[in-house]
Design a protein around this ligand. Structure first.
Ligand SMILES: Nc1ncnc2c1ncn2[C@@H]1O[C@H](COP(=O)(O)OP(=O)(O)OP(=O)(O)O)[C@@H](O)[C@H]1O
Length: 310
């Protein structure tokens, strides 16, 4: 399998002036990431994590402080013209001339990419229920986002790089967008999309990366991430149990013993906990797997005690 995106030790530090002082702000720190051709890759993280920074670097809209970037085997800086033809890009803050009609704007952008058949623009607009005759400035945020989606998909690019593509879309249009992503994948295209919300990428992503504070904190398949979820356990006993017997057992965290009830989280096998509990008389046992949103929240806040980058 060939590589669509390859980032090595990628670092971006923003430097701005505050009066006479130069202030450095971290955008990305030493990011290593490979996206294979043909995969749908979800890029998640909380506000300010570095998602848009990564995407702007991929498009050569900003330059790295250090590290290397390869997109479709090319250097985004030296091969910008070639790459702009082969990549479909939706910016997080997609802006176009508001005075134009949506159809005129898309025809213009299509010409810049060497010509896109009108029928293709109409087909995508119909699917997304976008009125091509409306002036862009009169469109709602969600409808402007549809213009952004059509221009990203319309030339059938090898690689789609989409920054928060579902922002502002209603659930029905979100589903249409996910169908478009699945079709692009079936046609052998690669999709790299950012989001804050796991459920958005869960259905379509082959792999997911989570970044926080400019660093990669998890990289896995959706199934692999699920397997890392903590088990949330509650055990009831006939008589109070000493907490010391359970403290420090392998995988056990957040232990609380209140009278005859023990609660804790288990990372990995619950074997040691079950054997320790079996020394007492158990009247009830309840175990729940943390759901994916909880797992992501834990990664976002840095509280996940499990394995980090695969
Ligand atoms: N032009 C800039 N000048 C200075 N700092 C910047 C600039 N752009 C981004 N940053 C900083 O870099 C960090 C990463 O920002 P970035 O926009 O990449 O995050 P993000 O993950 O896309 O966030 P969001 O989900 O809010 O869009 C933040 O601390 C942000 O303040």
């Amino acid at each position: 399998m060939t590589t669509a995106i390859e980032l090595t030790e990628l670092t971006k530090t923003y430097v701005s002036r505050q009066g006479s002082r130069r202030v450095a702000r971290r955008g990305l720190s030493g990011l290593d990431l490979t996206v294979q051709a043909g995969e749908v890759f979800g890029y998640l993280g909380p506000n300010g994590a570095g998602k848009s920074t990564t995407i702007r670097l991929l498009l050569d809209l900003i330059r790295p402080t250090s590290g290397t970037i390869r997109v479709l085997g090319r250097d985004p800086r030296a091969d910008a013209v070639d790459l702009h033809r082969r990549v479909g890009y939706l910016a997080g803050d997609f802006v176009v001339d508001g005075r134009q009609k949506a159809g005129e704007c898309l025809a213009f952008l299509g010409n810049l990419r060497g010509g896109v058949p009108t029928a293709r623009i109409v087909e995508l607009a119909d699917r997304l229920e976008l009125d091509l005759g409306a002036r862009i400035k009169s469109l709602s945020k969600g409808n402007r986002q549809k213009v952004g989606l059509v221009q990203a998909f319309m030339h059938d690019p090898e690689l789609l790089i989409l920054d928060e593509p579902t922002s502002g879309l209603d659930p029905l249009v979100q589903q249409t967008f996910l169908d478009m992503v699945a079709e692009a994948k079936s046609a052998g295209r690669t999709v790299f999309m950012s989001s804050h919300i796991m459920s958005e990428v869960e259905a379509v992503a082959d792999r997911v990366a989570i970044i926080r504070d400019g660093r990669l904190v998890a990289l896995d398949t959706v199934a692999g991430l699920r397997a890392r979820s903590l088990l949330q356990v509650r055990i009831d006993f006939t008589a109070p149990v000493p907490a010391e017997e359970f403290t420090g057992l392998p995988g056990v965290t957040d232990l609380e013993v209140q009278g005859t009830t023990l609660t804790c989280n288990v990372n990995g096998s619950p074997d040691a906990l079950v054997k320790a509990a079996a020394r007492h008389t158990v009247t009830g046992l309840h175990a729940d797997t943390q759901d994916l949103e909880e797992l992501f929240h834990a990664y976002y806040t840095g509280q996940n005690p499990g394995r980090q980058v695969a």
